[in-house]
Design a protein around this ligand. Structure first.
Ligand code: ARG
Length: 466
């Protein structure tokens, strides 16, 4: 018989086959494809569409094929169909072909009441569910590494920045905990996406459903999905959950990238705030003194491809008429790439972070750091009744004086302060202390040691439960 049950007289041109095959990419869906097929065949048997014996044979052969593939015993060769009998253009056809090789005609019954269009949509949802489980686990691990690091350096003070200009003193653990919060929202985003992933498209058929009395809900339940995607056209023609997943990956990579960037800055000679362990840094082939933060840079660099993947699939889908179009085969590479990239980056970030050592006194001993206390001074005047806007401008002049004279705010004599405002008195000096300024913070979620300790306790408990 020629291809496609006799509709074609000639085999696909080898170049056209090479161009259109997705086997080298979608082969990684083999296990999901087999899980879906087993659920389908069990349903066919329950509905008396296949006999119990036929279903049994198919099921067993599919399990054997799973082993053959996982052990590398089945060679996928998309061109092996160029004799015109059977072209394995994708993983679905390759597995079906192997099934028929193994059990003969009975194998051909597996595809009853099903199309590759609902099959691929199902495989991808099974894949997404597994990926989301993996990624959410890796997010938790990185969060735990961040809490542990925050605890190790509870009292390290650093400048907080805005516009990359030193702004106000903050605790390093407070800064690290900001990343834990970002990662927590990433975690939520993946779980939210999972809610929509766990809906079965199987039974949508090519687009219009099937004339066989199938039981879609049975299959969904077997696969531990929450429900079916009702409308058969919708079931096979959308890729919105894939896009959601890619978007969640891109957002999470954006977070990791910012952390990567901070490590790059902090480890520079100018900052001298952090050092990455040797096992996660590299040297230079020409400059012996160099220790480069390559892992952090690569995380930052790889973020770009995840943005590209999101945009790539959005663009594939834009303007496609319903229902299935072969264009949609292009969804897999972005999907697999973003998943692998994010999983790798989460893993490496956690490992690398454990080796990072902070130069604890770097900023507390820096004489210019007390300029960070300018806001404290303004608050001091405001507490004494000066409207904040006026206080801001008075302190601005004091900062100017300190910069002009090349001395710190602490070294500036009280006389100079009082020249700008009579509200300054001897109680001023206790304000001009980095650590004291932290204790002055009262608002919840602030960088005060009390709030930070509370946040660490909160995350410790939350992460222990998850
Ligand atoms: N390899 C195809 C894909 O990934 C499977 C669905 C093919 N359906 C079709 N009618 N050609 O999209």
């Amino acid at each position: 018989m020629s291809r496609w049950n006799g509709r074609f007289r000639r085999p696909l041109h080898p170049d056209a086959l090479r161009f259109s095959t997705s086997l080298s990419v979608d082969r990684q869906l083999y296990s999901e494809d087999i899980d879906g097929s087993i659920a389908h065949v069990e349903m066919l048997s329950k509905q008396h569409i296949l006999s119990r014996a036929e279903a049994q044979r198919i099921r067993r052969a599919l399990q054997e094929i799973r082993l053959e593939i996982s052990r590398g015993k089945l060679r996928f060769d998309p061109a092996d169909g160029s004799d015109g009998r059977f072209v394995a253009e994708d993983i679905h056809m390759a597995i079906e072909k192997r099934l028929i090789q193994k059990i003969g005609d009975a194998g051909g019954k597996l595809h009853t009441g099903r199309s590759r269009n609902d099959q691929i949509a199902l495989d991808e949802r099974l894949y997404l569910r597994r990926s989301i489980n993996g990624i959410t686990g890796l997010i938790r691990k990185l969060q735990k590494a961040l809490v542990a690091k925050a605890e190790q350096c509870v009292d390290v003070i650093m400048p907080g920045y805005t516009h990359l200009q030193q702004a106000q003193p903050v605790l390093l653990p407070h800064h690290l905990l900001a990343y834990i919060s970002m990662l927590d929202r990433d975690h939520e985003r993946f779980l939210d996406c999972l809610e929509r992933v766990k809906r079965s498209p199987l039974g949508g058929g090519a687009l219009a459903g099937t004339s066989f009395p199938i039981d879609r809900r049975f299959v969904a339940k077997k696969l531990q999905f929450d429900c079916v995607i009702e409308n058969s056209i919708d079931a096979v023609s959308d890729r919105d959950v894939q896009i959601e997943f890619l978007s969640a990956c891109a957002i999470s990579m954006m977070h990791l990238s910012r952390f990567g960037e901070e490590l790059v800055l902090w480890t520079s000679q100018e900052w001298r705030f952090a050092e990455i362990g040797d096992a996660f840094a590299t040297g230079s082939s020409i400059m012996p003194q160099k220790k480069n933060p390559d892992m952090a840079e690569l995380i930052r660099g790889k973020t770009g491809r995840t943005y590209g993947n999101l945009l790539s699939l959005l663009t594939v889908m834009k303007g496609l008429p319903l229902a299935y179009n072969r264009d949609m085969q292009e969804d897999k590479e972005p999907l697999f790439d973003s998943e692998r990239t994010l999983a790798d980056c989460l893993h490496i970030s956690a490992l690398m972070l454990k080796t990072v050592k902070f130069n604890k006194d770097r900023f507390s001993k820096d004489s210019t750091t007390d300029l960070l206390l300018a806001t404290e001074l303004a608050d001091y005047l405001a507490r004494k009744g000066l409207p904040f806007r006026k206080a801001h401008s008075v302190v601005g002049k004091i900062v100017q004086a300190s910069v002009r004279r090349g001395i710190s705010l602490k070294e500036l004599p009280l006389k100079e302060y009082r020249r700008h405002s009579p509200l300054f008195a001897n109680d001023l000096w206790k304000i001009l202390d980095l650590r004291a300024s932290l204790y002055h913070k009262k608002s919840s979620g602030s960088t005060s040691p009390k709030e930070v300790a509370k946040a660490i306790r909160y995350w410790r408990a939350k992460l222990r439960r998850s």
